[in-house]
Design a protein around this ligand. Structure first.
Ligand SMILES: O=C(CO)[C@H](O)[C@H](O)COP(=O)(O)O
Length: 262
């Protein structure tokens, strides 16, 4: 791609570029999924090529695996890695406690497994993803195809029992067919508007037979790198209670901006 990036893409790029600086030689790194994570993978690929960075990447989707291979990152499976030093991923929403909604890209299951098997999870996001209360973004819930409509009915009953504000659920589609995840499952999107008790909802959803996992990431993220369209980045760490501010340059001349697929 050539030409001017949109402010949102610039924000995603600077967040990804700043997070890439946290990756050290020899690390095993979980690679997230989505357009922001794709910037990260490109930045890491560039560091592998130009600085000789040696890392092992564990991708969270077939899409990310393809991109990582394309840019020259060594890929291993989670079971080969066993445990990761760091996972860097995007998010659909994050709140002040760094709890997240993820799964807009349909990869929440692998993303949650990989992030949980990491010493540290760093989220990269543009400022627009920050919310006071999670829930404006529809909550993705991965369900197995067998009896998915029954599972959907149980999910809706549970939302009523929990007195959650919005209760509409929709099956995610891919054109005319149901969307299928890398694990062969479907996704229900829960239009809740506002999630009062995200921790409780996350636990309760996973008790419903047929539900594989939900997109609430509670107490998993350690750090969020927030990108702004003017190149500003904030690194907020929930464990340290710190906020660092930085400013990055766009270097549209380098290889990162070629072949944008995501
Ligand atoms: O959870 C995800 C994929 O399952 C993504 O991280 C999330 O949807 C954010 O995507 P993007 O960076 O494209 O805004």
């Amino acid at each position: 791609m050539t030409g001017e990036l949109s402010p949102i893409d610039k924000a995603k790029f600077v967040a990804a570029k700043r997070a890439a600086e946290m990756v050290e030689d020899g690390m095993r790194v979980g690679l997230g999924t989505g357009s922001t994570a794709a910037w990260l993978v490109r930045c890491l690929g560039e560091m592998v090529r130009s600085e000789g960075l040696r890392i092992k990447g564990v991708p969270t989707s077939t899409r990310t695996a393809e991109l990582a291979r394309e840019v020259g990152i060594d890929i291993i499976s989670l079971d080969e890695a066993k445990w990761l030093d760091l996972t860097i991923d995007g998010a659909d929403e994050f709140d002040g406690d760094l709890n997240l909604i993820k799964g807009g890209g349909g990869a929440l299951l692998q993303e949650k497994i990989v992030a949980t098997a990491s010493d540290r999870m760093v989220v990269i996001a543009d400022k627009a993803k920050e919310v006071e209360t999670l829930g404006a973004f529809p909550l993705p819930v991965e369900v197995i195809p067998f009896g998915w409509q029954t599972t959907q009915a149980l999910v809706e009953e549970t939302l009523v029992a929990m007195n959650v504000m919005g209760r509409k659920t929709t099956l995610r589609m891919n054109g005319d067919a149901a969307f299928v995840t890398d694990e062969g499952n479907h996704i229900l999107d829960l239009h809740l508007n506002r999630i009062g008790n995200a921790r409780q909802l996350a636990l309760v959803m996973n008790q419903i037979p047929g539900v594989v996992e939900n997109g609430l990431f509670i107490d998993i993220c350690d750090t969020v790198v927030v990108g702004y369209g003017d190149g500003k980045v904030e690194v907020r760490d929930i464990n340290e209670g710190t906020i660092e501010t930085d400013r990055l340059e766009f270097m549209e001349s380098d290889n990162l901006f070629a072949d944008l697929g995501d």
